[in-house]
Write a protein that binds this ligand. Structure first.
Ligand code: ADP
Length: 456
């Protein structure tokens, strides 16, 4: 059995990145193959970084490097998060195409590849993660590695027209074709990538995921990422969850809860969502005083200007909506700019009548799946999901909305609040089955089978 070698920006050697389902899934694969995991240490240093740090934990070898200030800025803050992130989320208007940031992006991809190659042995398979490392396949090949490389993109892949807006798109596409198996969150993303190769690179779609391009034969498939479904369901009935539900229950005083839980990111459609909630109070007067919307949105990437602007916009909108609709004994919209423990979140999901997951664009959206698993089978809440979230392909039995259409979203929230118990149960049961069957282990296995990695 060959080893699996993972490469991602943050690794599970970093305690803050360890809790997520992805870290657990990758870690489990590595422990079963005796693998290694390469990435960033999370530290930024002045001057040149020292030699990579080697950490061994539960049989997994982590090799992580510090970034210089220039690398952290050019590679991470600028090119990855202010160019690729907005363009891949269809926000070309927010992209900052600087002069030198792509150089930094290339150099970090190369530096990590050079760190990995000397450790690779015949029979190994490499698994690269996400938009930070789109060039990794090319640099691993240039370093002499000709074994299998898989790549999974956690964020959307945009339509060919939008991808072409990226000044370096040709080089990026060519480098991506050095991977052997490319994984996308949805069929839509996969088809965008394949269409680009067919239209712009003389690629031939051979069917069944196979593509011939640039003299190579590669595979591109959709592998929608899942959550640790059963264990999340258990969290929702645990003590911490119950305590959180009791606390918010006191605030609600018998009113129904409409909930949103997102990182504060412009891709999540938060201003549009706030406006839709305002419209609901406007157009459906019976909801006034009976329903309360709570949005949990911890600030993220707060050094980046676009995220600071979003914060200001949300502060203003929340103030306006509460000013317009609030009353002496009722706060229509609450917005908590902080994060909560997963166990507490599970309790909030469970008590919510409706969960609003309305990103303008999202690779998958795990909140939607967590909400489903946290429900009480006797009285499940209703998920309202954006058609632009990857999760909409799998969770089509829920209420799907266009997040730009505030009137329709407002109407759909009202419909969800009024939905009869039987219909809620029927829909929820279908969603639950999908989330349980297509959980994080299913995702990992599906990808590794295609990469021909034998894990037990
Ligand atoms: P993204 O990866 O873009 O942030 P996802 O919905 O796919 O979006 O994943 C978000 C993860 O972060 C989920 O597991 C969710 O539980 C967690 N999360 C989101 N908001 C909060 C919050 N306010 N506090 C704690 N965890 C959060």
């Amino acid at each position: 059995m060959g080893r699996l070698i993972a490469i991602s920006n943050r690794t599970a050697a970093d305690p803050s990145a360890r809790a997520g389902g992805l870290a657990v899934a990758v870690w489990e694969s590595l422990t079963s193959t005796g693998g290694m995991w390469f990435g960033w240490s999370g530290n930024i240093v002045k001057g040149e970084p020292g030699p990579p740090e080697h950490i061994t934990d539960e049989g997994v070898d982590f090799i992580v490097t510090d970034f210089t200030e220039a690398e952290h800025d050019g590679f991470y803050l600028q090119y990855a998060n202010r160019v690729i992130w907005p363009v891949f989320h269809y926000r070309v208007d927010l992209a900052h195409f600087g002069d030198t940031d792509f150089d930094a992006y290339e150099k970090v991809n190369k530096r990590i590849a050079d760190m990995v190659v000397p450790h690779l042995e015949k029979g190994d398979s490499v698994w690269v993660h996400d938009y930070h490392f789109l060039l990794m396949g090319d640099f691993l090949r240039k370093g002499g590695w000709d074994g299998p490389i898989g790549f999974f993109l956690h964020i959307p892949f945009p339509s060919p027209e939008v991808f072409r807006a990226l000044p370096e798109h040709e080089q990026i596409a060519r480098a991506m074709c050095e991977f052997d198996v490319l994984g996308f969150q949805s069929e839509n993303d996969r088809s965008n990538f394949v269409q680009f190769l067919v239209r712009s690179c003389d690629g031939v779609d051979e069917g069944d995921g196979w593509i011939s391009v640039f003299g190579r034969r590669i595979r591109a498939n959709a592998y929608p990422i899942g959550i640790e479904a059963e264990s999340f369901a258990k969290l929702a009935v645990g003590q911490r969850a119950k305590t959180a539900a009791t606390r918010i229950g006191k605030f609600l005083g018998g009113r129904k809860l409409v909930l949103g839980v997102d990182r504060m990111d412009y891709s999540k459609g938060l201003p549009q969502r706030f406006e839709a909630v305002g419209k609901m109070f406007d157009n459906f007067p019976s909801t006034r005083g009976r329903v309360s919307f709570t949005q949990i949105a911890p600030p993220s990437r707060s050094k980046v200007e676009e995220y600071q602007d979003l914060r200001v916009q949300l502060d203003e909108l929340a103030g306006r909506i509460n000013g317009d609709y609030g009353d002496l004994d009722w706060i229509p919209l609450r917005y908590l700019a902080r994060s909560y423990d997963r166990k507490e979140l599970a309790g909030l999901y469970r008590i919510a009548s409706v969960c609003l997951v309305t990103p303008l664009r999202d690779g998958m959206n795990l909140v939607a799946k967590e909400f489903v698993m946290a429900q009480d089978p006797d009285d499940p809440g209703v998920l309202i999901l954006s058609q632009f979230a990857g999760a909409a392909e799998q969770l089509s039995d829920t209420l799907i909305v266009n997040p730009h259409d505030r009137y329709h979203v407002a109407e759909t929230i009202y419909k969800a609040l009024e939905m009869p118990l039987e219909e809620r149960q029927e829909r929820w049961e279908k969603l639950r089955q999908t989330v349980v069957e297509q959980d994080i282990s299913w995702w990992r296995q599906k990808f590794l089978d295609d990469l021909d990695v034998d894990t037990c």
